[in-house]
Design a protein around this ligand. Structure first.
Ligand code: PRP
Length: 183
């Protein structure tokens, strides 16, 4: 669906489908250059990263492997707790692998900080982060993400995989949720 389909629940469109597509294509050209001659394993973090993983992986002009993890950070609320639990682990052995974590958003940074050190402890050749969105003002921990699509304001955003209480993930664009929806 598009933001116009649920216009009453949103205050503004932050990133259009076209802007997201163009930025992902540019990130893919960087990734292709940086990983030339090396095998690459993309790790998507469920559920938010489903859209960016699907589009990024298909835009890449090279072969990659994909695996998925599910971690829980903050359920149906709007604040990160910093408590991370593995809900579904990888099927892949990371030893010697070049790993690129694919995320929809770095918010407080707590999830990715924990995840990166967890994956690093499994003996990979490298671990880097690709996040479509980052909220610099919300950072509680600085995350060194090699690829960042867009820096966005500290607003409650939904769409393109990002949810509020499991809704709005299927929005094609990224929009700001109207306060009356979650107040
Ligand atoms: C979101 C997002 C990141 C995390 C970022 O996931 O996908 O994993 O929060 O927040 P942080 O930087 O403050 O840790 P969420 O826990 O909402 O799960 P979901 O992907 O299933 O929506």
């Amino acid at each position: 669906m598009e933001s116009a389909d649920v216009a009453n629940d949103l205050t503004e469109v932050l990133l259009t489908e076209q802007q997201i597509r163009d930025r992902i294509a540019a990130m893919c050209r960087e990734i292709e250059r940086d990983y030339e001659g090396r095998d690459l394993l993309l790790i998507g973090v469920l559920k938010g990263a489903v859209m960016v993983m699907a589009d990024l992986a298909r835009e890449l002009k090279r072969d990659v492997e994909m695996d998925w993890m599910a971690v829980s950070s903050y359920g149906a609320g709007t604040q990160s707790s910093g408590v991370v639990r593995i809900v579904k682990d990888l099927d892949t052995d990371l030893a010697g692998r070049h790993v690129l974590i694919v995320e929809d958003i770095v918010d407080s940074g707590l999830t990715l900080s924990w995840l990166r050190s967890n994956l690093q402890s499994r003996g990979p050749a490298s671990v880097e982060i690709c996040a479509l969105l980052r909220k610099p003002e919300a950072a509680k921990i600085e995350i060194d993400a090699r690829y960042v699509g867009f820096e966005i304001p500290n607003a409650f955003v939904v769409g393109y995989g990002l949810d509020y209480a499991e809704r709005y993930r299927n929005l094609r664009d990224v929009s700001v949720l109207a306060p009356h929806v979650y107040a």
